[in-house]
Design a protein around this ligand. Structure first.
Ligand SMILES: Nc1ncnc2c1ncn2[C@@H]1O[C@H](COP(=O)(O)OP(=O)(O)O)[C@@H](O)[C@H]1O
Ligand SMILES: [Mg+2]
Length: 251
């Protein structure tokens, strides 16, 4: 039996007169690696932000283990958010801090751990992303791929149960992108996390996903395994994965 972990239920979200999500339903089971695809501006990032209430829907419910996070008070929501790790598109590192300080910042602020414990965790996470040698470097000394990896180490510093990745490979060259994809697959396995990744890069999607969800006009237009996506007769999905300007998807 599938173990329903996260659910978006009948989500409606508009910005002004623009409807972005229109009665959207999505269930993520524990252990899933879900990848959300869709063209630019379709609402992928908006969807992801709903999962941790960085955006509040106009209607609908956002559930974790069956509980609606929209009804939680500040403390309850903070506890839920700590179960997530997030790697956003601009893996914004603080320029005035070393890589190690950036990775350890959240742990330091939680005031739960001693400095020695934090130093150990930081080095462990940096090793996981093959960045141990760069611990004392400043962000300005890093390449794009190294910055992403530092952001990734920071996102996993508190050992989250659920990882959210927003366009983890956008802006990287193909080789570095492949390295990041491998790292994500590896981390998802090793850390035993549930993950939701937003991307418009099909190579990443095929590599990371065990389930692919396509967002189109505010709804889930397709939801299936990598095999199902590759063999689909759905014209819209076909058009998207082949990157063709001809097909049902216009503008
Ligand atoms: N905070 C916001 N205020 C107003 N409009 C927004 C906001 N966030 C996103 N949008 C709009 O919602 C649409 C979907 O955005 P987004 O989820 O970022 O798309 P993508 O699928 O490329 O990630 C875009 O038209 C964007 O301009
Ligand atoms: Mg986006």
């Amino acid at each position: 039996m599938a173990d329903r972990f996260l659910e978006l239920h009948q989500i409606k979200k508009s910005f002004g007169r623009q409807t972005i999500l229109n009665n959207l339903n999505l269930t993520v089971n524990r252990g899933d690696a879900v990848v959300i695809i869709g063209k630019s501006g379709e609402g992928k990032s908006v969807l992801l932000k709903h999962l941790i209430k960085l955006i509040t829907p106009d209607e609908g419910e956002v559930r974790i283990e069956g509980e609606n996070i929209l009804q939680m008070d500040f403390n309850e929501l903070s506890i839920v958010r700590r179960r997530f790790g997030m790697l956003f598109q601009s893996a914004a590192l603080f320029d005035s801090m070393t890589v190690a300080e950036n990775v350890g910042l959240g742990l330091k602020e939680s005031r739960t751990y001693s400095k020695d414990v934090i130093d150990n965790i930081v080095m462990e996470k940096l090793s996981m992303v093959n960045l141990a040698d760069a611990a004392d470097k400043m962000p300005s000394e890093l390449s794009g791929g190294m910055r992403k990896r530092a952001g990734l180490a920071r996102a996993i510093a508190h050992s989250p149960e659920i990882m959210l990745y927003d366009e983890p490979t956008t802006g990287l060259d193909p080789i570095t992108a492949d390295m990041i994809n491998n790292l994500i697959v590896n981390l998802n396995d090793r850390l035993n996390v549930t993950s939701v990744t937003v991307t418009h890069d099909m190579k990443s999607a095929f590599k990371i996903a065990d389930r692919i969800v396509m967002l189109y006009q505010g709804k889930v237009a397709f939801d299936g395994s990598v095999e199902e996506v590759k063999n689909t007769t759905n014209a819209m999905v076909k058009q998207f994965i082949t990157g063709s300007s001809e097909g049902p998807i216009t503008e």
